[in-house]
Every structure is written in C-alpha cells, then in structure tokens.
Design a protein around this ligand. Structure first.
Ligand code: FAD
Ligand code: UDP
Length: 382
C-alpha cells in the first residue's frame, strides 16, 4: 500500500526543483552532482546537520588540525570507476592505513599476520609454518553463519578471544555469535608480513580533505544546498518532483514496522603536544583496544592527513546503542525487518532510497559512491 505519497506536494512547474535530496553525504552529493551536471536537473540538497559531507565530513579543530568529527574515514577502493569519478573533485594523498591492536601488553599488527602470531606467542614461524599453525588451531565449523564462526574457523579460539571477541562485544553490544559472518569477515587473516589494513588498488585521502571535495561536487549552479534543515520542515513548502532519501529508512516511514537498530558512537576528541622531537604520539594511524579500556580504538589524524603541525589530534571511539545512527547492525532479524521497509520503499514511485542508512547496509564510502552512480543511471533511464 502506498500510504506515504500523499504527505508530499504534487509535482509543480518550472519554478520548483526537479529533485529534493535528503542528506548531503556521499549518497546525496553524488546523486545531486550527477543529476545537475548530466541530466540538467535543478536539485535541492537538504541536510539536518549544519554542514555537508555526512559522516565523512572533516574540519579544522581549534588548534588548526584537520579532524574527522564522526570518526576516522580512510578511502580505499578496487573500483577504477569510483576512484575516477571522485578524482574529478579532488587530488589525492596516497595513504596506506596501519592498525595495531593492544593485546597482552603488546601492540600487535591487525589484521592478524605472521608477525602478530610470532610476537604474541614468542615464535619464529615462516609463512608456510603459519599455514600449518592455523590449520592446527582453527576450529571446524560446519556452515559458517556468525561472526564467531568466521574467526574461530580461521584462527582458532585463542586469537579469536584476544583480538575479536572483546572488541566486537564493545562495538556492537552483541557477542560475535549474534552477528552475521559478514561483520568480522571484513578483517582478513594473513600468513604474510603485510601489515596494511586494506589491500585495495586505490588507497588515498582527499588531498585537501573530504569537505573540500564535497564542496566541489556540490558547486554546480543548478544545485542548492540547505544545511541545518530537517527535510520534514520544508517538504511541504517547496515544490519538487522526485525525492532521493539517504537517511535511516525506518525513520522515513515513522518506524511503522518497528525500529531498526542502528549502532551509534560517542567521539572524544583530544589535542595534545607530542613529546619533544616527535610529530605524533601513536606509531600508526589507529590503535585498537579489544580488551582494555571502554573505547574500541584511538586514531591519530596526522597519520591519515599528513598534516604538519606542532600539536596532534586524536579521537577515542565509544560505542552506544542510542544516538546518531552510524552502523546498521547486520543480523538476520534486522535484515528481515529491513525487508519490510524495503518493500514499502519500492512501492513509492516518487522517492528513491540510497546510501548506508537508507539501504541498511554496512557500506564503505566507495560502495555508497558505486551504489549512487548506479542509482543515478537507473533514475535517468528513459
Ligand atoms: P551519511 O554520511 O550518513 O549521510 C546521510 C545524511 O543524511 C546525514 O548527513 C544526515 O544528517 C542526513 N539526514 C538524515 N535524516 C535527515 C533528515 N530528516 N533531514 C535532513 N537530513 C537528514 N567508510 C570507508 O570507506 N572508510 C572508512 O574508513 C570509514 N570509516 C568509518 C568510520 C565510522 C565511525 C563510521 C560511522 C563510518 C565509516 N565509514 C567508512 C562508512 C562511511 O561513513 C559511509 O559509507 C558513508 O559516509 C555513507 O554515506 P551516506 O551518504 O550513505 O550516509
Ligand atoms: N574487529 C574486531 N577486532 C578488531 C577489529 C575489528 O573484533 O581489532 C571486528 C569488529 O566486530 C568490527 C568488525 O571486525 O566491528 C569490522 O571491523 P572494521 O575495522 O572494518 O570496522 P569499522 O572500521 O567499520 O568500524
């Protein structure tokens, strides 16, 4: 049934907007840019936050350090199309992210690799011997379904407990056995000494930051941007023909099937003076804390941005069940609930749903760009 169409104004003539876009993150900005530059549409982008960029927004803090207010965003993709598309709006700074996990009093490479195992257990295995080691400790799991299954079937119970169980419980408020396999499967295991967090073909940060890149995407004369505005406050006031919605899908439908859980985070940003002779306080961009402290990870932005500055800024991430929605929670019961909203969404011909929150998918930035480019093509097909 099509109960939501009636709350929107009827299509109007030349003075209105062709498309109203809710959300100025990757999803909303890519579609706005495409519709304006490739389809000649007049577009209004509305975001309830006081800025563009969505969760990828960055800004300079009081000390002048470039920080990511909504947590560290590292760009990586295997898609030449996505990288080429974004390269129209930014130059890049090559950056390979590295992560150490604080385990048993040591800082060890994460994803688990040859050095992680050797240093943790005081061994000197070769890559081949690590294969044998993993084959010995790995647990047999018939039908890998959960995030626990993925890890214990790859690296066994001890490495699972030390590196994954505590982190996942903190991050999601759920045991790994309660989450889909896809969550911990994001993190590989390596028998080499490769200590990069990602191995994608393209790994780089926008040279002048994400916000600058978004400014350039949205700087088209046919695009108008209203920040600090909930779309619900203007949706009846301005004429438009089609809506692209990138917020949480259950909120759009007033939660009428019940609330979809989205995991939230609290960010604690600190700026400190590194010890004399040091530019940074951490050896790598991010240190994960699977078992110690209430926070999950600490990221030092200078590693990501390459900025030269006498001070340094870090962000501590604390996971929360309430607050701004950041992560869909991948588990079967949530997917089932999402499917009900998805069916409602498909029944609406005047609204297109796209992005991480509207698709209820644990998408990285490049996946949202790819989804948005594909959605644009579908929208303008004759
Ligand atoms: P969003 O960026 O969430 O944008 C949606 C926008 O809609 C928001 O700005 C919101 O304010 C607006 N909105 C919602 N409701 C309304 C309303 N009623 N009215 C008006 N506006 C509204 N991806 C990577 O590739 N690499 C990373 O390193 C990485 N790190 C991450 C770290 C964290 C802590 C988080 C939370 C995510 C990370 N991601 C990362 C994922 C990345 O943030 C997302 O893939 C991407 O930003 C999603 O873009 P989006 O446009 O779909 O959603
Ligand atoms: N994870 C973990 N320990 C780690 C890193 C990740 O248990 O040291 C698990 C955890 O469940 C996390 C998931 O793997 O949510 C995906 O990790 P990723 O780094 O991709 O998370 P994101 O950057 O999206 O928060």
């Amino acid at each position: 049934m099509h109960t939501f169409k009636s709350q929107f104004p009827a299509p109007t003539g030349a003075t209105g907007y062709d498309t109203l876009i809710v959300g100025a993150g990757f999803a909303g900005s890519v579609i706005a840019e495409r519709l304006a530059s490739q389809a000649g549409q007049r577009v209004l982008v509305v975001d309830k936050r006081p800025h563009i960029g969505g969760n990828a927004h960055d800004r300079h803090d009081d000390a002048g350090l470039l920080v990511h207010p909504y947590g560290p965003h590292i760009f990586h993709t295997n898609s030449a199309e996505v990288f080429g598309y974004l390269s129209q709006f930014t130059e890049w700074r090559p950056y390979q992210h590295r992560v150490l996990a604080s385990v048993d009093g040591q800082l060890l490479p994460m994803p688990i690799n040859l050095d992680t195992v050797n240093r943790l257990y005081g061994l000197s295995l070769s890559s081949f011997e690590m294969d044998d080691f993993l084959a010995r400790v790995a647990e047999r799991v018939d039908g890998v379904r959960t995030s626990e299954d993925v890890v214990v079937s790859r690296v066994g119970r001890d490495l699972y407990t030390k590196f994954f169980r505590g982190y996942t419980r903190k991050q999601w408020g759920l045991d790994p056995s309660e989450l889909d396999a896809s969550v911990t499967a994001r993190v590989p295991t390596r028998t080499s000494r490769d200590d990069r967090y990602f191995t994608d073909t393209h790994q780089a940060m926008p040279l002048h930051g994400y916000t600058r890149m978004f400014e350039r995407m949205l700087a088209h004369p046919n695009i108008h941007v209203m920040t600090g505005t909930d779309y619900r406050d203007i949706v009846h006031l301005l004429p438009w023909k089609h809506m692209v919605y990138t917020g949480p899908i259950d909120t759009f439908f007033d939660h009428h099937h019940g609330q979809l859980p989205y995991r939230s985070l609290a960010f604690e940003h600190v700026t400190v003076q590194p010890p004399a002779g040091q530019a940074t306080v951490q050896p790598v961009g991010t240190v994960n804390h699977p078992n110690d402290h209430l926070y999950t990870r600490v990221t030092e932005f200078k590693h990501l941005t390459g900025q030269r500055h006498e001070a340094t800024s870090l962000v501590y991430e604390y996971s929360r069940s309430q607050g701004d929605p950041y992560y869909p929670v991948p588990r079967a019961e949530n997917t089932q609930l999402y499917r009900r909203y998805e069916a409602d969404a498909e029944a609406l011909s005047d609204v297109t749903f796209v992005g991480r929150l509207a698709s209820y998918k644990y998408y990285n930035m490049d996946q949202v760009v790819a989804q948005s480019l594909a959605t644009f093509k579908r929208m303008v097909q004759p």
